[in-house]
Design a protein around this ligand. Structure first.
Ligand SMILES: [Zn+2]
Length: 142
């Protein structure tokens, strides 16, 4: 007979993501679209030293950004879906930002409002991506 302890089914795992405009909880309505750096500047913006970033980009065509992605959410108050650039902090907090134009280009497989997928060119480069093992640790330095 198994004793089933810990019926802690209520997972407090739900991500506390709030509408930046209304502060209410919002529900995800899309998958996460991962972001990739494909320029040294992208890495520099995230705290990597210039020289290191140039070295990294010389070796890798794209570098995945682990704690950032694009995701759409439904807000009750706004009554609409909104895309945000989500950044997860080391503490596990989420920050929602407006998405700068060029960030769409760094996302994988996002469909724009126009119905067009973002840059197939990116996908092409993506396929040439090398093994990035180890690079992640670099990227996390902030
Ligand atoms: Zn809202």
């Amino acid at each position: 007979m198994q004793t089933r302890k810990r019926r802690n089914r209520k997972r407090s795992k739900r991500r506390a993501i709030c509408c930046p405009r209304h502060g209410c909880y919002i529900d995800s309505v899309s998958q996460k679209h991962r972001l990739y750096a494909d320029k040294a500047e992208h890495l520099q913006e995230r705290g990597m030293r210039r020289r290191v970033s140039l070295q990294v980009m010389a070796h890798y065509t794209t570098v995945p950004l682990d704690n950032e992605w694009l995701e759409a959410f439904w807000c009750e108050v706004c009554q609409q879906n909104e895309w945000y650039w989500v950044v997860k902090s080391p503490e596990g907090d989420f920050t929602l930002n407006r998405i700068p134009e060029d960030l769409w280009q760094q996302a994988q497989g996002v469909i724009l409002a126009t119905g067009n997928p973002t840059v197939s060119e990116f996908t092409r480069r993506q396929s040439r991506r090398m093994n990035y093992y180890g690079v992640k640790d670099f990227v996390m330095v902030s």
